[in-house]
Each structure stands twice: as C-alpha cells, then as structure tokens.
Ligand binder design. Structure first.
Ligand SMILES: [Zn+2]
Length: 319
C-alpha cells in the first residue's frame, strides 16, 4: 500500500476518527477509575514526537494494554481520550529514564510518529486518536504550573483541564490555528520551500493566525509577508489537526493579484510559480528535475491535488 492509498485525496493524516470522545465522562472520577480497570482498556504512550510501540511479528503495535503500558514504564497518570467500540482508550506519558530502559529491550521500541504514519506503519484510522494523545501529553508536560500564580497545578477532567489549587485558575489545552493556503494565478500555483524540507520538495505557504485576526486576513497577510504576493477570494477547504505540538491547519485557497515574488528569506528558502502540468508531475513524484509536492499525509498535498485534478477551478473553491 502506498501513501496515496493510505491518504486518498481529501483525507490527510490525523482526521479519521475512530474514537467517541465521550466528553460527558470526563468529570466523573469514579467512572474514569472504573474505565482504567476495564479489561479492554488501551493506551497510546507518547514520548516527545514518538510513540512507545510493541514489536511484533506483524509489525509495531502502538495501542497497548494499560498494564502492558505500565510494565513498559509509562507514567501512572492517564488522559481519557474516549471509547473505541465501547472500550476506553487513554493517552500516557513516559519519562526519559524509562525510555532509556526501553531502548535495551527487543520486544518494544520508541518510534517517531511522523515517520511511522508516512510509511503507513501505524494504520491511518488510528492517527486521530494518536494526535489527541500526543497533543495532550505534550501539553501536560509543558504546563505543570499555573500561568497565573506559579503554583503546581493538578490534572482534572480526565486530562482535559488543569486546576490551580492556590488561585483556582482553570487551564485548558490550547490549539493553535494555522492557515495553509493554495495560491493560484490563472493556470499557475505559488509554492515555497523551507530549508528543512527534503531536497526538491515544494509546498503551500502557511503561518499562524494572530490574535484578533480573521482566517481571511491571516491568509492574505502570510502570503504577502512570505512572497510579496497580494491575494483575494480566500475560500475555506478543510482542516487538519496537526499535533506538533497542537495546531489546527486551516486549508484555504486564494487568488493572486500580482505575480512578482519577493521571498522572505527568513521564512523560506525559495518560492515560485509552477504551471499546472509541472504541479501535476510534482504531485505524482514524476518531475524530471526531481521536484516533488508535499506528502499525502499533509493537508498541503490535498490542497494541491484538488487543484491539479481541476475540481476547485472555475468556481468559488469550495469542495
Ligand atoms: Zn494559580
């Protein structure tokens, strides 16, 4: 199975939901304890950008039994992610010391999530639940103290909140909105590359939405800042959760008003226009110069793929 099969057009990574979040259970501590004791309780164990996986003959398994996760060294605290066919699924963290111990074992490993997802090692259907686990575990690890008074805060609501015992402030996991946009001018598309991209890879421009800014303004501002191109006709396509550490990618299209490019070299290594034929070769990874579009795992591939296919040209840009 190729990445194109795992992430068909319109279905990037992290969007397929297999969990019922069952948010009404988060406030019921007794029920949560009972769910932890459920014989089919499972957990994803997150370490930074990686997952603890069990090595099996059929390949790595990321969804672990709760006791299995603890035996592998996961921290005791659990985050309730939801129910999968009635069985509870949790997120758990693990300390660097426990990870070091794991590296000596043959039956377990710590594997980088993005690589596993892009290679299809983790089923695409599980990625949304894994994204939840990763975003929340990372949030708890970075937000252990009250931002208001500095007191150590406590995990509540099955991990969906932290409370300060001193000033009583409530803290909730944040999600950072990011606009990512396909900018076109007639038969041409604007793509850029960052220094850390794989050689030859070009993708859509993107940037964080700022305070008190609309999505449309953020699209226009980011494109102008990074490429000097002014835009109009901003349309929404779809969103993709992106757990690095906790963003929501808001996929948009826009129409350019000018084609002269001034690349912001602090953000991008290059930005240029590609015509439709060239973009089609890039997305299929058949470009004679080795240029390539973004991986089907990422929403940028789907913005570009949809345009290449022609399904968003000639009308307002909605799917
Ligand atoms: Zn406080």
């Amino acid at each position: 199975m190729t990445a194109f099969d795992s992430f068909p057009l319109g279905q990037p990574g992290f969007i397929s939901h297999i969990l019922d979040r069952a948010a009404h259970l988060r406030g019921d501590e007794e029920k949560l304890l009972a769910l932890e004791a459920h014989p089919d309780a499972r957990a994803y164990v997150v370490y930074r950008d990686s997952l603890v996986v069990r090595r099996e003959a059929t390949g790595p398994r990321a969804l672990l039994g709760l006791n299995e996760a603890r035996q592998l060294g996961a921290n005791p605290g659990t985050i309730f992610l939801g129910l999968r066919q009635g069985a509870p699924v949790f997120g758990m963290g693990i300390s660097p010391g426990a990870v070091e111990q794991l590296l000596t074992r043959d039956d377990a490993a710590v594997s980088e999530l993005r690589g596993m997802a892009m290679q299809g090692v983790v089923p695409a259907s599980e990625l949304s639940a894994i994204a939840m686990a990763k975003s929340l575990v990372n949030w708890h690890q970075r937000h252990g103290y009250c931002a208001n008074c500095g007191t150590r805060s406590a995990m509540k609501e099955g991990g969906w909140k932290r409370d300060c015992p001193n000033c009583k402030a409530e803290h909730f996991p944040r999600t950072d909105p990011v606009v990512i946009m396909l900018v076109t001018s007639g038969d041409k598309v604007l793509l850029g590359r960052q220094k850390h991209f794989l050689p030859g890879m070009y993708s859509c421009l993107a940037g964080f939405v700022e305070a008190a800014e609309t999505i449309e303004d953020a699209v226009r501002r980011e494109i102008f800042e990074e490429s000097g191109v002014r835009c109009t006709d901003v349309n929404y396509y779809m969103t993709q959760p992106w757990p690095y550490p906790s963003s929501l990618m808001i996929g948009c299209t826009a129409r350019a008003l000018n084609e002269d490019i001034v690349v912001d070299r602090t953000e991008l290594e290059d930005a240029r226009w590609f015509d439709h034929a060239e973009a089609a070769l890039m997305i299929r990874r058949e470009h004679p110069d080795g240029l390539a579009g973004p991986h089907p795992f990422a929403i940028a591939h789907h913005l570009l793929g949809r345009w290449v296919k022609g399904s968003d040209r000639g009308h307002g840009g909605n799917p």
